[in-house]
Design a protein around this ligand. Structure first.
Ligand code: G6Q
Length: 545
């Protein structure tokens, strides 16, 4: 077990020694930024405001070796079935591989099929955009509604929002995920059946929420156009389950397939990314793929000491397992990246929210952190208080682009000033003497001044990483997402858990299925615990009234 290795013990001992705070580390070393930051093709990662020294980083590298990270990385890129509980490879890197080389799973090159689906996506996106694909009544498609949930929603939804600046003006994109009828109804309120295309995105094509939304969307369309045959021009599917797609009434030529070696939360690079190609144009989608592929090559080839996903993962493990941090705040200083925290929340928490090791035994160490976040500067006026002065240690990832994607006056300078100020404040803190001087300058003195001092002190030494993009374009977004994907992989490999299954999601799918008939049926049920039985009765009672 990883906690029994000398590398783990050495890190624990290092964490227990007294180490200078960040403020002192910066004061002692003017070169700290240069030494703890790195740039890859317009993407800069700065770890200098993390509570690490050369010694910490060297010990973390030992930990990576002790966990055989190089071996796990080779198994990943080798197409081995490292998703062992589902007996599948984890091979989304093939989806963004744009070169001529083969990418092999089980001795078979998957690239010909991958390229064929890419061609199908390009042809379809082009046809929609040039008007050769039209609705049942011959009108051009103006609205696209993606119906999907979880991994079949969050990725394309986030990417389309992130790349809003390069969005095509002729297509309105909508995303419907929630089974709450409000979601679909609100999207449909903005659409006209004659000009609306539905993309039903579901790997399994059995997910309750998606199937319910797809069925209601279909009824709306057929009612609006008065013809069952309209479905053929207004519905396409993205799935691995051809039989279920046909059964729904979508012709196989209008189905975009992907494969079981693509995990839901890693699927935006597959045809699940179709909404990105429809909203932005296929070429932009391929630029996104190219950015991710560049990060794949970097992750596969760079030494661990210079490898951005590896360094991010190791710093995260240091915070999580040795400094006692429970959470990770992801704080994009970009309105366009407002959905990145919820996308990363799934990527990280569904992958590494596990407490069973690969050997089936319970882990005794902490695994994935609680990930949350909001775009800056909004969060500053809400929950940052706890990050600055609360009792918990919450490491933060601050993310921004140097260039504005929506230029407007001096707005971007204001945004970037905050992006720089918050990590600096977290790192430095404010001492009692600094508070005194500030209060004195504001005209306070004596007991009135002293009473305030402890409340206005900031402990500082609060760690953060800064990620700066040259600009928020498809390529940099692809790099950024792949950076986090590989970080999550590295952490899972070191923690010795299965990062690519999601039995917790499956549980929800099973439980709701069992309760549905009880909710509808007239009989009183005593089949559950008293709380579930009681709530069920209350719902039925109030609904009758
Ligand atoms: C992702 C999860 C989960 C999944 C959804 C939707 O890794 O498995 O979020 O993507 O449950 O599943 P379908 O695509 O099968 O509808």
């Amino acid at each position: 077990m990883i906690v029994d290795t000398p590398a783990w013990a050495a890190l624990a001992a290092h964490a227990a020694t007294e180490r200078p705070p960040l403020r002192a580390l910066f004061a002692a070393d003017p070169d700290r930024f240069r030494r703890f930051s790195a740039v890859l093709d317009g993407l800069l990662v700065d770890h200098s405001k993390q509570r690490v020294t050369d010694e910490t980083m060297a010990l973390l590298q030992d930990l990576a070796r002790a966990a055989d990270l190089a071996g796990w990385r080779a198994r990943l890129f080798g197409g081995e079935r490292i998703n062992a509980t589902e007996d599948r490879a984890v091979f989304h890197m093939a989806l963004r591989h744009l070169g001529p080389e083969p990418m092999t799973v089980d001795g078979r090159d998957v690239m010909p099929e991958v390229r064929a689906v890419r061609d199908q996506m390009r042809r379809f996106a082009d046809a929609l955009h040039d008007g050769s694909w039209r609705g049942h009544r011959g009108e051009r498609i103006r609205h696209v509604v993606n119906i999907g949930i979880g991994g079949s929603d969050l990725g394309p939804r986030m990417a389309v929002a992130a790349l809003d600046a390069s969005r095509r003006p002729d297509i309105d994109m909508h995303f419907v995920s929630n089974v709450d009828g409000a979601d679909l109804q609100q999207a449909l309120a903005a659409c006209n059946p004659a000009t609306t295309l539905f993309v039903v995105s579901s790997k399994t094509f059995t997910t309750q929420e998606t199937m319910a939304n797809a069925a209601s969307a279909r009824a709306w369309l057929v009612a609006g156009l008065g013809d069952e045959a309209a479905v053929a021009r207004h519905f396409v599917a993205v799935s691995t389950n051809a039989a279920a797609v046909t059964a729904f009434g979508i012709a196989s030529e209008n189905m975009f397939r992907f494969w079981d070696w693509v995990g839901g939360r890693l699927s935006l690079w597959s045809a699940i990314g179709l909404p990105i190609a429809l909203a932005l144009g296929y070429d932009r989608f391929e630029e996104l793929l190219a950015g991710a592929a560049a990060m794949d090559r970097h992750f596969r080839d760079a030494e661990f000491t210079e490898n951005l996903p590896v360094l991010m993962a190791l710093v995260g493990i240091w915070n999580n397992n040795f400094l006692g941090a429970d959470a990770l705040a992801v704080l994009p200083y970009s309105q366009s990246l407002r959905l990145l925290p919820s996308f990363l929340q799934q990527l990280d928490m569904e992958s590494n929210g596990k407490s069973t090791g690969r050997d089936g035994a319970a882990v005794t160490w902490r695994t994935g952190p609680i990930l949350f976040g909001e775009p800056g500067t909004n969060g500053q006026h809400a929950f940052y208080q706890l990050i600055h002065q609360g009792t918990r240690l919450i490491p933060c990832d601050f993310i921004a682009a140097a260039a504005a994607d929506h230029p407007l006056g001096n707005h971007h300078d204001l945004l970037l000033a905050n992006f720089l100020a918050q990590p600096e404040a977290l790192m430095r803190g404010k001492t009692a003497d600094e508070v005194r001087a500030e209060l004195a300058a504001a005209g306070l003195d004596g007991a009135a001044l002293e009473r305030l001092v402890p409340h206005k002190v900031f402990p500082g030494n609060r760690p953060s990483t800064a990620i700066l993009l040259e600009q928020l374009d498809p390529r940099r977004l692809g790099m950024l997402i792949a950076l986090y994907e590989h970080k999550v992989f590295v952490q899972g490999a070191i923690w010795g858990i299965h990062s690519f299954d999601q039995w917790g999601v499956e549980l929800g799918k099973q439980l709701a299925g069992r309760l549905l008939p009880e909710l509808r049926g007239p009989a009183r049920t005593e089949a559950h615990d008293s709380s579930t039985n009681g709530l069920l009765q209350a719902i039925k009672g109030w609904r009758r009234e």
